[in-house]
Design a protein around this ligand. Structure first.
Ligand SMILES: [Zn+2]
Length: 398
């Protein structure tokens, strides 16, 4: 709406500015002439925009590049330290937080545990903790936005957590956090945020079209099409955990039966392990109480064939879901991450075996299967990417 109300001239100016700043931001070490070539804009337009950006301290000149005849071109760089982003990752019992620069470099991070006794307390708890975290690190004046990664269904329009079984929240309102710090606040589900982090600073930079898949307490995915995150109508796209893989089978908390999450998440592992122990299967798992996903991995690594088979089966089940997405979206790559990836010998073996067969295997362009290299920081980086992607508007990635 904002854009429509503006005059055409102002709108074009804004779009050009966004195009130029994103080119400097994403490509780096680029000259005015190169920007003109790549964007098709006139050199005088570029020069005016760059002059403004230099005055605002968003861009600086960093020396000269190779000459291709004539004067050496002056190279430009985006000033990643122009502002600070707050990234938050909300988990079942704890919140992780970080301060990053505008290029995804985490400057400080911390975490705290919480327990809720009533509705909508989470925002107040986060405000209190975040306030002291920000003050400790003395960067109050430079904060340009807050990004939050949370499990569950997030409505992109109202910026609300509609439903999160893991957080046990219905219509969780986190907006007071943005109001308190007087900066824009952006919330998204953790699988989308995972894909954004991969696109911004991870393996996803290499691909125009990819699917980020997360496995852990739940199963989720973030779909990147033409370098942009595809969110669907209200933010629900990519709910990989709730596609049906067994008709009429086990009941899921979402009300459906046979959801992938019931067969590929940590809950599946624990549930199956407990079932095996209860029927007297001779497995090392009987010596663990309670049985956790970590115990199952440990038993598998000690040679317990039941634990090994269970992890392989989890991988195979996950692959069934991933293949459905591959067939729907024909991505270049699938990038896998999440706390559920504890070992590579069994879960990944099952996954890769099953992924080796799909409808596109005869095509010379092979589906790439990658493991995220961003570690546990991926969620915080993604939460910060959420802010950057809004600050610099579309098209955010070239
Ligand atoms: Zn479900």
């Amino acid at each position: 709406m904002n854009l429509l109300r503006k005059g055409n001239k102002e709108l074009i100016k804004d779009l050009n500015r966004s195009l130029v700043i994103n080119m400097v931001r994403i490509q780096g070490n680029i000259s005015r002439t190169d920007i003109a070539k790549e964007t098709g804009l006139g050199l005088s337009t570029i020069t005016n925009i760059i002059d403004d950006l230099i005055k605002e301290n968003l861009v600086s000149e960093i020396g000269t590049g190779e000459s291709h005849g004539g004067r050496k071109p002056v190279l430009l760089k985006f000033n990643g330290d122009f502002g600070i982003i707050v990234g938050l990752k909300i988990e079942k019992q704890q919140v992780k937080m970080c301060l990053s620069n505008l290029e995804g470099k985490i400057l400080h991070k911390n975490q705290f545990s919480y327990s809720l006794t009533g509705e909508n307390q989470l925002a107040a708890i986060i405000i209190e903790k975040l306030d002291s975290f920000i003050k400790q690190n003395e960067c109050v004046s430079k904060i340009v936005g807050i990004g939050i990664a949370t499990p569950g269904l997030v409505d992109q329009e109202s910026n609300e957590v509609i439903y999160s079984p893991i957080l046990k929240v219905d219509h969780g309102d986190l907006k007071p956090i943005g109001r308190h710090f007087d900066v824009p606040l952006f919330i998204d589900n953790d699988a989308n945020v995972f894909a954004l982090a991969e696109k911004w600073v991870g393996i996803g930079r290499e691909y125009r079209n990819f699917i980020g898949v997360t496995v852990g307490a739940g199963v989720g995915s973030g779909i990147v099409i033409d370098n942009m995150l595809f969110r669907g109508d209200f933010g629900g796209a990519g709910e990989l955990g709730h596609i049906t893989i067994y008709q009429g089978d086990r009941l899921c908390y979402c009300g459906q039966r046979g959801c992938l999450e019931l067969y590929a998440s940590d809950t599946y592992l624990v549930h199956e392990a407990e079932r095996m122990v209860s029927i007297g299967v001779p497995t090392l798992l009987e010596s663990f109480t309670p049985i956790t996903p970590e115990c199952i991995v440990m038993a598998a690594q000690r040679g317990d064939k039941y634990a090994q088979e269970l992890l392989v089966k989890q991988g195979e089940n996950l692959a069934l879901g991933i293949k459905n997405m591959v067939h729907l979206f024909n991505p270049e790559a699938v990038i896998l991450g999440g706390e559920g990836l504890r070992e590579e010998n069994f879960l990944l073996k099952g996954l890769q075996k099953e992924l080796a067969v799909h409808f596109f295997v005869k095509h010379p362009r092979k589906l790439q299967f990658k493991i995220s290299q961003l570690g546990d920081d991926v969620w915080l980086i993604g939460a910060c990417a959420l802010v950057v992607s809004h600050l610099f508007k579309v098209p955010i990635y070239k």
